[in-house]
Ligand binder design. Structure first.
Ligand code: ZN
Length: 430
C-alpha cells in the first residue's frame, strides 16, 4: 500500500470522526441486552442499507445450528435473536475475503444508582464516551463500519468480498456467530474489534456456564433442626468448586500463552436464588456458575470433573447425600482458542498486515495479549479454519459501572482497520 493511500485513509477517518462518534452514541442508546437487540439491529440494518450494502437479516433457528460444533445450550427462546450481515461483493474478486465481526448484545446494566449517569444515555466527556456497551463492543461495530467508509471516501472498495456482521448472543452463548457460519459466511480472515487496548489477542479462554439446583425440606425456623437449609447447603459446594479452580490453575496445567498468569481461570458464582420466606427454612436454592478453561482443554472432560466435584462434596453433606444436586448446563459451552497456534500462511499474512497497519498509525509495535475471557473468534478459528484477529480500542469498566471507551483509541483503531482492509483485500475503484 502506498504512503499516499495511508495518508488519505487517515484523513478520511479524521474527516468523518464526529459522525462516527454520533453513530456510536446513537447505537449505545439502544439498550440491547439479551432479548432486546431488535431496535439496535434495525439501526444497524438501516446504516448498512444507506451505504449500499446488500443486507441479510434473519432470525436464528436452533434447528440450523444445534448439531454444529461450538453450539451452546440456549437460555431462552430465540424469537428475538436476529443477526444482521452487510455484504460487499468485490467486482474483480481478486483480493482476499474478510469478515468484520462485532456483537450487538450488551450485558445488563446492574443497579442504576451505581452509575454516574444513565447507562443508555451515552455522553462524551474528556475524550471518553460513557454508556453500557459503548466499549463492549459497539465502538468496534463503529470502527469496522467507518473503516469501510474511509475506503469509500477515497474512491475505493475492497477487492475481496467483505462480510460485515452484527451478531447477537456473544455474551451468553456465541450462537449468533455460529449462525453466521451455518448460513455460509466464511472468509480468508476475520477481524473482531473487542476492546483489548489496541493489543492483538493471541489466545482466549474457554468458558462453561452451569446451574446447580439444590432442594431442601421446608420447615418453620423454630424447628430448623428437622429441616434442611438449601441455601446453606450451597456453601460447601461452592468451596469445593473453588478448590477445583485452584487445581486447574496450577503451573503444570497452563499452556504457554498463560504460563505467566497465576490465575487465568476464574470461577464466578454469578447468581444465586433460593428460599421463599424469612422464617421458613429454604426448600430450594439455585446458583449459577461461570468457569474458565484453557485452550486445548476438553469441555467434556471439564464437565465430568465439575460434576464429580459437586457430587463428592454433596455426599459429605448429611442431607444432600439423599437429595443429590442437579447440574443444568445453559449458555456458554465455549472452547478456548489460540491464534498463536495457527501456523497457516493466512494467519501469518493477516497478522503481518495488521502489524504494519498498527505501526503506521501508532508508530509502535503491535503488542500481544492472552486474555482471560472468550470472544466469538473461536468460531472462525476452530470451526472454519479462518484466522480470527481480535484487535480493538481501549475501554474501561466493561461489564461494570460507568463503562467507557477512549475515543482517540477508537480513532486509531478505525485508521488501522481501514489500512488493514485495504492491504488484506486490496482495493478497486468504486
Ligand atoms: Zn465483547
Amino acid at each position: 500500500m502506498t504512503d499516499d493511500l495511508k495518508t488519505r485513509l487517515c484523513d478520511a477517518v479524521d474527516a468523518n470522526f464526529d459522525q462516527q462518534v454520533k453513530f456510536l452514541s446513537d447505537l449505545t442508546a439502544h439498550p440491547s441486552t439479551r432479548g432486546n437487540e431488535q431496535s439496535a439491529q434495525d439501526f444497524m440494518a438501516a446504516e448498512l442499507t444507506t451505504r449500499g450494502y446488500e443486507v441479510d437479516r434473519w432470525q436464528i433457528d436452533i434447528e440450523d445450528i444445534q448439531h454444529l460444533p461450538g453450539f451452546s445450550p440456549v437460555l431462552g427462546p430465540y424469537d428475538d435473536a436476529v443477526n444482521v450481515v452487510g455484504v460487499h461483493k468485490a467486482r474483480s474478486g481478486r483480493g482476499k475475503s474478510l469478515i468484520l465481526n462485532g456483537h450487538i448484545d450488551v450485558v445488563p446494566e446492574g443497579p442504576l444508582d451505581m452509575w454516574d449517569s444513565p447507562p443508555f444515555e451515552p455522553r462524551v466527556a474528556d475524550g471518553w464516551l460513557y454508556g453500557r456497551g459503548g466499549g463492549d463492543m459497539k465502538a468496534g461495530l463503529a470502527s469496522n463500519l467507518f473503516a469501510l467508509d474511509a475506503l469509500t471516501a477515497c474512491g475505493f472498495a475492497p477487492a475481496g468480498d467483505v462480510f460485515y456482521q452484527s451478531v447477537v448472543e456473544e455474551e451468553c452463548t456465541g450462537n449468533g456467530a455460529l449462525a453466521c457460519l451455518a448460513r455460509g459466511y466464511t472468509a480468508d480472515a476475520a477481524l473482531i474489534p473487542e476492546p483489548f487496548s489496541e493489543h492483538l489477542v493471541t489466545a482466549q479462554l474457554g468458558v462453561v456456564w452451569f446451574q446447580v439446583h439444590l432442594k431442601g425440606r421446608p420447615t418453620h425456623v423454630a424447628y430448623a433442626g428437622t429441616g434442611s437449609n438449601a441455601i446453606e447447603a450451597a456453601i460447601p459446594l461452592i468451596q469445593a468448586l473453588h478448590e477445583m479452580e485452584h487445581r486447574w490453575n496450577a503451573a503444570e496445567n497452563r499452556p504457554d500463552d498463560y504460563a505467566h498468569m497465576d490465575h487465568a481461570l476464574n470461577l464466578n458464582i454469578g447468581k444465586i436464588e433460593g428460599g421463599d420466606w424469612t422464617s421458613s427454612v429454604p426448600a430450594w436454592c439455585v446458583f449459577d456458575v461461570r468457569m474458565g478453561l484453557f485452550p486445548g482443554q476438553s469441555i467434556e472432560a471439564a464437565k465430568a470433573e465439575i460434576e464429580q466435584v459437586i457430587l463428592d462434596a454433596a455426599r459429605e453433606n448429611a442431607f444432600l447425600r439423599n437429595a443429590l444436586p442437579e447440574i443444568v448446563y445453559h449458555g456458554f459451552h465455549a472452547e478456548g482458542y489460540a491464534l498463536s497456534q495457527d501456523s497457516s500462511d493466512n494467519a501469518a499474512m493477516a497478522i503481518s498486515a495488521l502489524e504494519q497497519a498498527h505501526r503506521s498509525v501508532t508508530g509502535t509495535t503491535l503488542q500481544r495479549e492472552a486474555i482471560t475471557a472468550t470472544t466469538d473468534a473461536r468460531f472462525f478459528g476452530l470451526y472454519a479454519d479462518t484466522p480470527a484477529l481480535v484487535y480493538g480500542p481501549r475501554a474501561e469498566a466493561i461489564h461494570g459501572f460507568n463503562e467507557r471507551v477512549d475515543l482517540e483509541s477508537l480513532r486509531r483503531i478505525t485508521k488501522a482497520t481501514a489500512m488493514f482492509i485495504a492491504d488484506w483485500c486490496g482495493t478497486e475503484e468504486v
